[in-house]
Design a protein around this ligand. Structure first.
Ligand SMILES: O=c1ccn([C@@H]2O[C@H](COP(=O)(O)OP(=O)(O)O[C@H]3O[C@H](CO)[C@@H](O)[C@H](O)[C@H]3O)[C@@H](O)[C@H]2O)c(=O)[nH]1
Ligand SMILES: O=P(O)(O)OC[C@H]1O[C@](O)(CO)[C@@H](O)[C@@H]1O
Length: 954
């Protein structure tokens, strides 16, 4: 049964909804033409208002493109599977966004690669792409502009192609988080009046950066945007269709299942998905569990009418095609002449022509013939070999034209990746087979600056650009060709359909149909009028693809997202305070301040107090006083006297977690349970030893804290600790119920009762639809809410373990339980975004919010209390609950205790054919060490030292 039908009782209101996604592309440019039927012109009021934002907003935007071969000058494009159009896209987008009024800084995060295998420029920690335009009042801001920020992660001295980066994503996220916290603070000092300037949006490009952006935006509680560029499900479909590799081989070569899961997670977390074409929404994203065209329509219509959707969400999709950098384009609207080529055939003026022309022409017997140009990475999916066959087997085409293949740069084919090498070998074999010598050019090298000249050469010969890719998500080369007056023949699969609809500059073909390819090329090359029309149309409409127009639409769409950023409800002394002494000094200052207020005017009115607060020089102190006053205001007593504030301030030391004053946190996350899911007694002993180990070194002991991280709820955790006579306040933090609650023993406590951190609750609340989930899970698992029916029901809600952000179930028979992969898929298909997991030796299933987990809880401690992740030491077993893998990697240090856990819950994690643990966790890392489960305090302290040392050598 169709999912929307199945949900009919929830979503019964047969709304019509708008068409899915919206093509609001480049409306500013669009107003210059009325010819483009597929685009909806959005109204001026929807467009980012320059005037308003120039004065009021100073935005900080983060883009992520992960693999690291990204730089602002002489980009290496087309060399391998990492150096594709996305690199150019993100660099040009960063520059263009930084030019937008209201945008202060754009950071493009990528990997720092310090390896002799790649150019030194990829190792520079930062690179300025463009200077800022200041704050709109003529000042150039200190940190404004567009920057590439290179974050080290994974092996420092090795280049890793994008398919191998998956196990290192957690480390990237932590490194990026540290940068964001510093930058937000620095920007706060520069332009935010001392308040942190949080990222306005975090935008992931491609699956890997989407995965990272989901975690980072979740850790910071800011909106996420996604651009897919090229989608895994589509690639898998196409590769299977080609029939050359089995699904297993495709998975092992391309890590395709891990990539697909990353794309699904990105859909779960993103507020907005930017696509380059309409086709990408319907036919590509439509293949994903987490996106359903029909359901998206219904949910959007309901949201517009304010009708509840029972916690179901679909990201908003919007078509905004990329722009182009026109600065290197030289073209005249008139038909080209071949004057420069004539000079060349004289042999007298070689110097007058671009070098790349002679590099191409040396292959050709008659360089005056029209040139069929293909320019792409030598990736099998670009289908260059079918083009070669089409050319080689079509006599009239060979007589009429030459073929030029620009396939990146190469030194030695044997050194290239298997896929790329096989394309090049086949090309050379076909040239030989069809005896195409003198008719096909395939230069070994070209520079980025040569690319415009290559298009110009093809246009001069009245040639044609061809992109025969099996599927092309967008196709930057097609707009580049059009901008140079070169008509196109392009695949009818993917973006070219939209490009053709906008530009009318050529013909579309079935890329699997060799005959159709040669026919289309012949037609376009031989019908002069058609060729001229296509050239003119392309040139006339190319302005539709402009970056400034892209950015205006982009900013409008982002502005419509529900804005979120870290906000603490509870009183927190200023961010600056890092030592106990300075903390106490500041606190005393605030108390003095308050005391003065109350002495000066006993019943000082709140407004008068606010005025006095405003006169305090120190912004942090001022902030603290304001917070207290606001709190009084919120209490509803307009004329509240300041004594009340004093009382609250006096109470701060007792209420305020000591975490901020810690330099090091030892986190114990050992999942040791017996077959009933009860905590094993041996845990007590090991907890005692770890605490002892942490206190052994008296120098660091004072600044060291402990946290316990567990699937158990608070009551059970407390009970267990008591049974071992371990004081609750040995721990600074308790991360309970699989990361759905955080407690600070000794703080947030009233009448001996411990309350969870309310700010954490707000932080993880994103997309949490508790009631909808409860209902759906009962349906999916064929379970019953009725206690009298509980013997028949395969699961039963464990109410004592559930809380506002965790639904816990007892599993009756783990061998029959649905795997996490399956359950998550079914929930996603219904628009329910959450984090399902099994724990306590598969005796419990817990559903927590999408971005809540024990790993994310540690990131929260970093954001909230500035306890740097790299100063955390996490103790784990060799197995654990299904959220355990995410805790192994990251910038924290991990100590794995051997033989501690007899059984985890991993059996219930993945279905067969899914991705593997190696795609989540790095095989070896200097940040991970091992110690025996029966180790004593000295041995444990030794392991802590050992991992610190190996980490310091990274
Ligand atoms: O030898 C080469 C090959 C390519 N390029 C350049 O690299 C870019 C390639 O981009 P594109 O043709 O769009 O293909 P991909 O590399 O596959 O890029 C992916 O990302 C792009 C941006 O989203 C989308 O347009 C594509 O459809 C998608 O496959 C273009 O600027 C080319 O000029 C070179 O400079 N030299
Ligand atoms: O073949 P795939 O894996 O879909 O990758 C293509 C993508 O990879 C890149 O080349 C680099 O990330 C992109 O430019 C492009 O989006």
């Amino acid at each position: 049964m169709d999912v929307t039908e199945e949900m009919s009782e929830d979503l019964s209101e047969g709304e019509k909804g708008d068409p899915v996604g919206e093509t609001v592309q480049n409306e500013a440019a669009q107003s210059e033409t009325s010819k483009v039927p597929l685009q909806r012109t959005i109204s001026n009021s929807e467009v980012w208002s320059e005037e308003e934002d120039k004065s009021e907003r100073k935005l900080y935007i983060i883009l992520i493109s992960l693999h690291g071969l990204v730089r602002g000058h002489n980009m290496e494009l087309g060399c391998d599977s990492d150096t594709g159009g996305q690199v150019k896209y993100v660099v040009e987008l960063s520059r263009a966004l930084a030019q937008m009024p209201g945008v202060y800084r754009v950071d493009l995060f990528t990997r720092q690669i310090l390896s002799p295998e790649v150019d030194w420029s990829y190792g520079e920690p930062t690179e300025m792409l463009s200077a800022g335009t200041g704050d709109g009042e003529g000042d150039i801001g200190e940190s404004s502009g567009a920057y590439i920020v290179r974050i080290p992660f994974g092996p420092r001295d090795k280049y890793l192609q994008k398919e191998l980066l998956w196990p290192h994503i957690q480390e990237f996220v932590d490194g990026a988080l540290a940068h964001v916290l510093n930058m937000s603070k620095a920007l706060g000092d520069q332009i935010g009046g001392g308040q942190p300037v949080w990222p306005y949006v975090i935008h992931g490009h491609y699956a890997d950066a989407g995965d990272s952006a989901a975690l980072l935006s979740g850790a910071l509680n800011v909106p996420m945007v996604l651009t897919g560029h090229s989608l895994g499900r589509n690639k898998l479909e196409q590769l299977l269709k080609q029939g050359r590799q089995s699904k297993e081989d495709i998975n092992s070569n391309y890590k395709i299942m891990r990539r697909i899961e990353a794309e699904e997670l990105s859909l779960d977390a993103a507020e907005l998905v930017i696509t380059s074409t309409k086709q990408e929404i319907e036919e590509q994203w439509g293949l994903y569990d987490g996106f359903d065209v029909k359901l998206e329509k219904v949910l959007r219509a309901r949201a517009r009418r304010g009708v509840v959707s029972h916690g179901r969400y679909m990201p908003r999709m919007v078509v905004i095609p990329p722009g182009m950098d026109f600065s290197n384009v030289v073209v005249t609207e008139d038909a080209p002449d071949d004057g420069e080529l004539t000079l060349l055939s004289d042999g007298s003026s070689l110097k007058a022509i671009p070098t790349i022309w002679s590099d191409v022409m040396r292959f050709l017997t008659n360089p005056h013939k029209p040139m069929i140009l293909a320019l792409s990475r030598p990736d099998p999916k670009k289908n260059i070999t079918t083009l070669l066959k089409a050319f080689g087997e079509c006599r009239p085409l060979r007589e009429l034209a030459n073929l030029t293949l620009i396939m990146g740069n190469r030194e030695d084919i044997d050194e290239m990746s298997a896929g790329n090498a096989s394309v090049l070998t086949t090309v050379i074999k076909f040239i030989d087979k069809y005896d195409l010598y003198g008719q096909v050019a395939y230069p070994k090298h070209h520079k980025q600056s040569d690319v415009p000249d290559i298009y110009r050469l093809a246009a001069k010969t009245k040639g044609v650009f061809i992109n025969p890719a099996l599927v092309e998500p967008f196709g930057l080369t097609l707009i580049e060709a059009a901008a140079h007056g070169l008509p196109m023949v392009a695949t009818k699969n993917g973006g070219p359909v939209d490009i053709h609809e906008a530009l009318h500059n050529g013909l579309l073909v079935d890329p699997h149909d060799q005959q159709a390819i040669s026919d289309a090329l012949l037609k376009l090359l031989s019908e002069k009028n058609l060729w001229n029309d296509c050239r003119k149309n392309g040139l006339k409409n190319i302005h539709l693809f402009s970056w400034p127009a892209h950015c205006r639409t982009y900013m409008t769409r982002v502005a419509a997202c529900r804005m979120r950023h870290p906000q603490w409800q509870t009183i927190t002394p200023g961010d600056e305070i890092s030592t106990e002494e300075s903390f106490n000094d500041s606190l005393k200052d605030v108390q003095d301040m308050s005391l003065r207020l109350s002495v000066d005017g006993e019943k000082t009115s709140l407004n008068a107090s606010v005025d006095v607060a405003a006169s305090i020089d120190d912004p942090d102190l001022q902030d603290q006083v304001k917070r207290v006053l606001n709190k009084i205001k919120r209490s509803g007593n307009e004329q509240a006297d300041v004594e009340k504030g004093n009382k609250m301030l006096e109470n701060i030391p007792g209420k305020y977690p000591v975490l901020r004053r810690r330099r090091r946190l030892i986190v114990i996350a050992l999942d040791c349970y017996d077959s009933n899911g009860a905590p094993e007694k041996k845990m007590i002993k090991i907890l005692q030893e770890i605490i002892k180990a942490g206190n052994l070194d008296t120098q660091v002991a004072r600044a060291s804290g402990f946290a316990l991280s567990t699937a158990m709820p608070l009551a059970e955790t407390t009970e267990f600790l008591r049974s071992g006579k371990i004081q609750l306040n040995e721990f600074d933090a308790l991360i309970c119920s699989s990361g759905s609650e955080v407690y600070y023993p000794g703080s947030y406590e009233e009448d001996g009762k411990l309350y969870p951190d309310p700010d954490y609750a707000t932080h993880i609340d994103y997309r949490w639809g508790c009631d909808g989930l409860r209902k759906t899970i009962l349906k999916l698992l064929n379970a019953s809410e009725d206690d009298s029916d509980k013997f028949r029901s395969p699961v039963q809600e464990d109410r004592t373990s559930s809380n506002a952000h965790c639904i816990s179930y007892l599993i009756k028979n783990p061998s029959k339980a649905m795997k996490v992969d399956d359950l998550r898929q079914k929930l996603r298909m219904r628009g329910l975004r959450c984090h399902p997991m099994y724990c306590r030796t598969s005796t419990r299933m817990q559903i927590v919010p999408l971005l809540a987990s024990r790993a994310q809880a540690l990131r929260y401690l970093f954001v909230r209390w500035r306890l740097n992740l790299s100063n955390m030491y996490v103790f784990l077993g060799e197995e654990g609950d299904t959220d355990y893998e995410e805790m192994i990697a990251g910038t924290h240090k991990t100590i794995i205790m051997k033989g501690m856990t007899s059984k985890g819950s991993e059996d219930l994690l993945r279905t067969s054919g899914s991705y593997a643990r190696d795609d989540i966790v790095p095989g070896e890392s200097p940040l991970v060490t091992f110690v025996n489960g029966d180790a004593n305090a000295e041995e444990i302290a030794g392991a802590i030292k050992k991992v610190s040392l190996s980490a310091s050598k990274m």
